[in-house]
Design a protein around this ligand. Structure first.
Ligand code: FES
Length: 349
């Protein structure tokens, strides 16, 4: 089967076999070799800022509960009751000191300890050792720039080593603003009855469909540039360890596209750069381009310019979003006048 799978992907010609989306054996191997071994993203620290805050997600097919315990330590567990395997927490997010299973009422503290078992003496004759029946933690949990990742593999390399040179790009985004980055606005979720690679590929890299599938939205001018038309200056950076960064057009590093950052990008990407070429303007039609060359050049450039503080805040149901070049985004407020009044002044550093 290993030989067979290799023949389904032709990286040189950019072709893949349809069987990768439908074969159960391939799916099972992915669960075992990818989702059971890799570091997987859980959530951002701003989604669980207070003691007791929790967030539920998945690692592969396994439900996971991420929680900041009462002492402030972040933990991650299989979101499964140790009694008969019932799903423990059914909320997307919230705040709780304890979690009580809806089936027979076993109760766990937010640090994973089993602290309550109904009929402990009558049903278990007082012999159940609760200290051995706490929630199952993930094998490793760590965070990088506020991004929490976990793995089920105790032998996986440390997170920083696993991320490798992709940290340069994460730094570029997450160190961009004074005050850091904060997730706001809750979540949108879809259940898609398809192989996991379809949405992964589409969310990751398919902007080609936008002008056709979302024509009515395009007509409103909701977006300009790469989202609605092909860009000749994009690139796809892969350090060769499974991570990838897809860049569109001249503002892919600059968000918002302020003059200082555009100038910075110009230094990184001199004139003469070819479509689909490397970020340094190489003539090589290399979509897996020379990352080390890119990084070497970038290291000799000044630090990315700092922008205005952009600590968004939530105030009585009005979300004040990221401050961008004199614009502030507000969502979800009921009264437009009130919304406007709550916007914070923007100060450029
Ligand atoms: Fe959770 Fe029984 S399955 S208490």
């Amino acid at each position: 089967m290993t030989q067979d799978i290799a023949s389904l992907v032709d990286a040189d010609r950019g072709l893949i076999g349809r069987r990768i989306y439908i074969e159960p054996e391939i799916y099972e191997q992915e669960q075992e070799r990818i989702f059971a071994r890799c570091w997987l993203f859980l959530c951002h620290e701003s989604q669980i800022p207070q003691p007791g805050d929790f967030f539920t997600t998945y690692m592969g097919e396994d439900p996971v509960l991420v929680v900041r315990d009462t002492t402030g330590q972040v933990r991650a567990f299989l979101n499964v009751c140790r009694h008969r395997g019932n799903r423990l927490c059914r909320a997307d997010a919230g705040n709780a000191a304890t979690f009580t299973c809806a089936y027979h009422g076993w109760t766990y503290r937010n640090d994973g300890r089993l602290v309550g078992v109904p009929w402990l003496n009558e049903a278990y004759y007082g012999e159940l050792e609760r200290e051995h029946w706490g929630l199952n933690p993930v094998a490793q949990l760590d965070n990088y720039k506020g991004l929490f990742f976990a793995t089920f593999d105790p032998d996986a390399p440390p997170l920083r080593e696993y991320l490798g040179e992709m940290t340069w790009y994460l730094d570029n985004f997450f160190d961009r603003r004074e005050g850091g980055i904060e997730v706001i606005g809750g979540m949108h979720k879809w259940v898609m009855p398809c192989n996991w690679k379809f949405p992964a590929e589409n969310f990751g890299g398919d902007s080609y469909h936008v002008q056709w599938s979302h024509l009515s939205a395009v007509k409103t001018n909701f977006s300009l540039g790469a989202a609605t038309k092909p860009e000749t200056s994009g690139s796809l950076v892969s350090p060769g360890n499974g991570h990838v960064l897809i860049c569109f057009g001249p503002t892919d590093v600059a968000d918002p596209p302020v003059p200082e950052i555009l100038e910075y990008e110009k230094q990184i990407r001199p004139e003469g750069r070819k479509a689909s070429g490397s970020p340094l303007g190489s003539d090589q039609p290399d979509r897996r381009n020379d990352l080390s060359q890119f990084l070497d050049a970038a290291r000799h450039l000044p630090d990315l310019p700092r922008l205005a503080p952009a600590r968004p805040r939530q105030d009585r149901g009005v979300v004040v979003g990221l401050h961008r070049q004199g614009r502030a985004a507000a969502h979800q407020g009921s009264d437009p006048a009130e919304r406007g009044a709550r916007l914070q002044p923007v100060r450029h550093l």
